[in-house]
Structure formats: C-alpha cells, structure tokens
Design a protein around this ligand. Sequence first.
Ligand SMILES: C[S@@+](CC[C@H](N)C(=O)[O-])C[C@H]1O[C@@H](n2cnc3c(N)ncnc32)[C@H](O)[C@@H]1O
Length: 270
Amino acid sequence: MENFLDELVKNVQASGRYQFISEDLIRQVGQSELNKGRKLKEAIKLTRSKLHQVAVAYQETPIPYNQLNETLASLPSDLHAPEMLNFCRETMRRHVSTAERLPILENYYNEIFSALPPIHSVMDLACGLNPLARPWMPLPDDAVYYACDIYEDMTDFINRFIVYTGQNGSASMCNLTRSIPSTSVDLTFLLKSVPCLEQLDKNLIPQLLQQIQSRFIVVSFPGRSIGGKNKGMTDFYSKHFEEILNNLPFESHLYSFHTELTYLLVRINK
Ligand SMILES: C[S@@+](CC[C@H](N)C(=O)[O-])C[C@H]1O[C@@H](n2cnc3c(N)ncnc32)[C@H](O)[C@@H]1O
C-alpha cells in the first residue's frame, strides 16, 4: 500500500497545476481513495479531482508567481502607493475567491473592523490571495499578519509581499484538516473556505473553530458557485453553519454583504 501511495503522490505532482500543493494533503486524499479499494489509476484520478474542487478550480489559469515577484520588486514598497494598490487589485483578480470580493473590498473590511476593538494581529487561514487585501484593512501599520494555505508557490509569494511592504508577519504552508496554527492572535479570518474543508473532512469545522487561537473569528461563505450560479446557496450555508454554531461557545453577528455571507464570531469566556 505504501508503494502505491508514493506512486500516486508522484503522479499527482507530475501535473503542473498540482505540483506546489502540500504533499501532506495529497497523501491524505490519496490514502483515503486507496483505502476505499480503488485501483491506482482510479485513485490518482479521484485525488486530482478532489484537489481540483478544493483548490485548483479557484485559479482559472495558473498564477504566474515569477512574473508577479518581478513586478513586485519594481514597485514602491509603500502599501498605500497607487502602483501598489493597483498591483494588489490586479493580483487578487487572479484567484476566483478574491476576484469576487473586489467590488465590495472598500466596505468589506471597514464594516467588519468597525465592530471590533483595535486589532493588532491577524491569522488568515486558507488565505488564497487575500493577504493582498491588507491595504484595505483598517489595521495599524505594525499589526502582525500571519497567513497559511496549501500552496508552496502561493505562500512563498505572499511572504515576499509581506517582507517587501515592511509588514510584520509571515505566510506558511498548512493543511488545516491535519493541524491548526497554534499562534495566538486577536482576529482569525476563515473566508469562503468552510465548504472546501468540509469536502475533505465533513466533521472538521466545529473542532477547527474551537481550536482557533483568537477571540474573534470572521467566517464567510460564497454567495454563488464558481460557475456564477446562486442556486439558493446562501440559505443553505446559513442554515448549515447556524446549526454548527448552536453547539459552540460563540456569539455571532451576521453581515449583510449580498455577495459573501459573513459572520463575526466572538468567543464567549476567553
Ligand atoms: C475558496 S478559496 C478561499 C481563499 C481566501 N480565503 C479568500 O476568501 O479569498 C479556498 C482556499 O482554501 C485552500 N485550502 C483548501 N484545502 C485546504 C486545507 N486543507 N488547508 C488549508 N487551506 C486549504 C485553497 O487552496 C484555497 O486557497
């Protein structure tokens, strides 16, 4: 079985769109397919398909990180310089999830932060390219910004962005179905990632929310599918998430952004 798993990982990584995904996650998904008694070829196909659903599908074309790194190095390092703001917007357009948020970006973070005490540290879980929204977040300049996702090339680029713009913090690779960063922060973002994580482990979310090391958590859900259809998704997600919340020690506040169902959770007694 071990040899089959190594073979599966090698095959999945051989395809360009999957080569920078956390090996730990490829192994986990692959192992679960092999455990179901699938033949190797079928298990490879199903592993790719699952990784596509939870990550690859959000990058309609591969993100050209080398080119982005070069452009970044030619810009003024001030986060609020017009050239930097333009770079952040154009880069966020390359990931479906941040692209959808661009029309509401100005209000999104202002509205969320207006309900919070001063925030000095943030953990952005399953971040995608959202750390590039930092100029639109009303955070003090010295706030610490941590971020993680399953992609090595993405987290490397975000690290460069954090360093180049003189921010405190870092980006790293993670597989949230295996472990949750243990650094304590004021605020955690878990934006539009619950459905992806539930596809990998349908029971993960209550335990994830309880283990997150912050008093405040912003959790959001997509207002529509990747293909653009609405299909009553927000009703479905709100019902599902509120059932999860019923058994957890959080107060919740629902925001009215119609393109992104967004909850602010406040941990009780922490
Ligand atoms: C819908 S996107 C959301 C991205 C970002 N939070 C945003 O709202 O712009 C889902 C993200 O979850 C990441 N992801 C999928 N499985 C993951 C896992 N097991 N651990 C960490 N991140 C994961 C994907 O790579 C992708 O960037």
